[in-house]
Structures are given as structure tokens and as C-alpha cells.
Design a protein around this ligand. Structure first.
Ligand code: SIN
Ligand code: CO
Length: 387
């Protein structure tokens, strides 16, 4: 069984790890704490030698290919500026901190330190961020969506942590600070001590005198982010030869209706790319009703009330603007790239508008209030006009 020793022989850069959390092994750490609860590991790396001097960190923060931030908390005011940080407040001034992201990308010893955490798969590894703070400095109470090991490298830092449901943020500050931070534990870390925090644990670290902290962060992609990227990836792979054909087409009496044949062919071709049959229909309707790129609808900035609009429409009737493209199929109505569901009599009225490209005053009297409101919206966008 391997102990929670952070030195793997292949990546050793000279540090030794003497102490672990009691008899905590890597296996125990993963089983009991990883992604489950915080743990403080006193002297995780001992003796600990910082991989970077203060001057070297400041020099990195001044480079334009390095991501850095300066956060000051002077008086009661939080301020954030992004690097390159060419000038910093004096180190004798309390209440400021710099954070330098991805130090491992720029510095060998930092890269080696990070590689000691490869007992977590590379797919999760993000970067080594190093912060420097003067007395009282910190980034305020917050949550991270990453797992993080907070390794104290120099000086002392007081960490307060807690698992809270209330994620409300302070208004009008440039940082995402928790409005009601309610810590349940507090630790002062000395060089070599390390605190592990799973995602979404509220925390705040305040420097006690000058200090440097290394954050070894582990990313966990959101499914939304992965899903969007995956669809982009699939889009590049699409290979669907041929195009829609309809040599068997007969004269249409409902010109705006998406035909059975078109829907069937689209479902056969696009269905293989994923999505549900309904998605293919909605996509098809929205896509095929998209106006030509050169089309521009002069919006009618009308403050007309629904009542006035109804009265006028019921007198004159309505017609689709020449540029409007309107289609329908089943319960879906498509207009200028947008879709809506319509039921009952409203559906028939809208299908009539799509086929005839106009609505008579008489038919307009049969519209529901919802449909009237929709028509007023379309009127405002320049999609329909008084006949
Ligand atoms: C810091 O090092 O000051 C901030 C690290 C963190 O809270 O994630
Ligand atoms: Co944090």
C-alpha cells in the first residue's frame, strides 16, 4: 500500500515527504476524502522548499503570456486587475494578493511538483496556481468548481472552510464572493501543510504575514461544456452525400406544410446523427423558414396596445410581410427561423396564415388572447402587416 507520499520516483525533484495524515495511504485518501470531504494533511511535504522565489513569481506575473490577477482589499473595497502585472503595491502594504495561473507551464520545478499529483489521472489535472499575499491578503470567501490541494509554501495562511447551501453572492464586486459565508472549520497552515477541498466547499484563506500558497487544481468538465464540444466535433465528421429529391412531387394545396416525404427523407438522413424524430422536425422547420441572409425586417417600434392592434387587425386583416417565411407541420408553426407549438383553433388559424399568407378580419375575430399577443409580437418585429 502506498502512503500519501507526494513524491513519485520518476518525478522526484528532491523533496521528501515524511508525514502523512496519521496512517493515511493514497488509497485511503481517495476512498475517504477525494470528492467527498476536506482533509488537512500536516507536513504533507517536509521539509518543504518553495519552487519559486517571490521575485521570480512577480517576474512571471509581469509577462504577457502568463495569466495573472492582482486582488486588493484596501479599506473595505475589493479590486481586481488582470495581468500582465507590471507594477504591484509595495510588499509592506497589507491586504493584497497576486495569483499566477499555470506556473507549471513556465517553470520546471513547478511542473515537477505538479507531476507528483499524478496519482490523480491526467484527464483531471489542471494546473499549479501560485498566490502571493501580504498580511491580511486573500481572495475572499468563495466556491470553486474544481478539486484543489492548497499547499502552503511560505509563511502562514488561515483557512476557514464550510459546506453551505447558500451560494448567494455579494453584489457589485468584481469577484464572486459569498454573501453569507458560514465556515465550520478553521486551520492555520504552515509551509508543507496541505488542505484538500472537494468542489463547492466554501473557503477563504487569509495570509498571516507574507505568504505563498500553491493551488494544485483538478478540473472536472461540465457535461454541458463537453456536450457542446462533442457536437462541434461530430459536425466536423458529418459526411452525408446527396441531397433531397422529389421527382414524384404532386401539386400541393397546402404550400406551407412540410410534406411527409420531406420529413421522412430528413429523418432518414439526419436521424443517424442523433436526436429524436421531433428534433429533426423542429430543426427542419426552423432551418427552412430562416430568411435569406440579406433579409432585414424593419422593426415597427410600436407601443400599440393589444386592444388597439386587435381593433385595427379585425378591421383591415393581416398579411405576412413579403420577406417572411412561414411553414408548419403537425402542432408546430415555424416563422423566420423560430418555432412555436399551437393547439386547437389557433393552430388552424396559423396554418391558414402560412398557406394563404394572410388572415381575414373575420378569422381574426376567432383568435385566442395568446394568439393575438403572438401576432402583435410578430407585427412589432415587422413579420406581419395590416392587409
Ligand atoms: C489563494 O491562494 O489565495 C486562493 C486559492 C483558492 O482559494 O482557490
Ligand atoms: Co478557491
Amino acid at each position: 500500500m502506498r502512503r500519501l507520499r507526494l513524491v513519485l520516483p520518476r518525478y522526484n525533484h528532491g523533496m521528501t515527504v515524511n508525514h502523512v495524515l496519521g496512517q493515511l495511504t493514497l488509497r485511503e485518501f481517495m476512498r475517504t476524502y477525494w470528492q467527498k470531504k476536506p482533509v488537512l494533511i500536516r507536513q504533507a511535504i517536509s521539509p518543504f522548499k518553495p519552487v519559486l522565489s517571490r521575485a521570480a513569481l512577480f517576474a512571471l506575473a509581469a509577462k504577457d503570456d502568463v495569466e495573472s490577477r492582482l486582488i486588493t482589499h484596501f479599506g473595505a473595497q475589493w479590486k481586481l486587475s488582470h495581468g500582465p502585472l507590471l507594477s504591484l503595491p509595495p510588499t509592506t502594504r497589507k491586504g493584497w494578493t497576486i495569483l499566477v495561473q499555470g506556473v507549471n507551464l513556465h517553470h520546471d520545478a513547478a511542473d515537477q511538483l505538479l507531476s507528483q499529483f499524478r496519482f490523480i489521472p491526467d484527464t483531471r489535472l489542471d494546473d499549479l496556481m501560485i498566490s502571493y499575499a501580504t498580511d491580511g491578503g486573500g481572495v475572499g470567501p468563495h466556491l470553486d468548481s474544481y478539486d484543489v490541494f492548497l499547499l502552503q509554501a511560505y509563511g502562514r495562511r488561515r483557512w476557514r472552510i464550510g459546506k453551505q447551501r447558500d451560494h448567494a453572492l455579494v453584489d457589485n464586486v468584481p469577484l464572486k464572493l459569498l454573501r453569507n459565508f458560514a465556515p465550520s472549520a478553521e486551520y492555520v497552515l504552515e509551509p508543507g501543510d496541505m488542505l484538500y477541498l472537494p468542489p463547492q466547499w466554501a473557503h477563504e484563506g487569509v495570509a498571516e504575514g507574507e505568504c505563498m500558497t500553491y493551488s494544485i487544481g483538478f478540473r472536472a468538465p461540465s457535461w454541458q461544456e463537453l456536450g457542446e464540444a462533442y457536437l462541434g466535433f461530430l459536425a466536423e465528421q458529418v459526411d452525408l452525400p446527396g441531397r433531397y429529391q422529389d421527382p414524384q412531387l404532386r401539386p400541393h394545396t397546402r404550400p406551407a406544410r412540410i410534406s411527409d416525404d420531406m420529413l421522412r427523407q430528413a429523418r432518414e438522413q439526419l436521424g443517424s446523427l442523433g436526436g429524436k424524430p421531433r428534433d429533426v422536425l423542429i430543426f427542419l422547420g426552423e432551418h427552412l423558414s430562416e430568411p435569406k441572409p440579406s433579409v432585414w425586417f424593419p422593426a415597427i417600434r410600436s407601443s400599440m396596445s393589444l386592444q388597439t392592434f386587435n381593433n385595427a387587425a379585425r378591421k383591415a386583416g393581416l398579411r405576412l410581410s413579403r420577406q417572411s417565411r412561414m411553414l408548419y407541420r403537425d402542432k408546430y408553426i415555424f416563422i423566420n427561423g423560430e418555432s412555436l407549438r399551437a393547439d386547437g383553433h389557433d393552430r388552424l388559424i396559423l396554418q391558414g396564415l402560412a398557406d394563404e399568407r394572410s388572415l381575414s378580419p373575420q378569422v381574426l375575430r376567432e383568435c385566442s388572447i395568446d394568439l393575438n399577443q403572438t401576432l402583435l409580437d410578430w407585427f412589432g418585429q415587422g413579420w406581419i402587416r395590416f392587409a
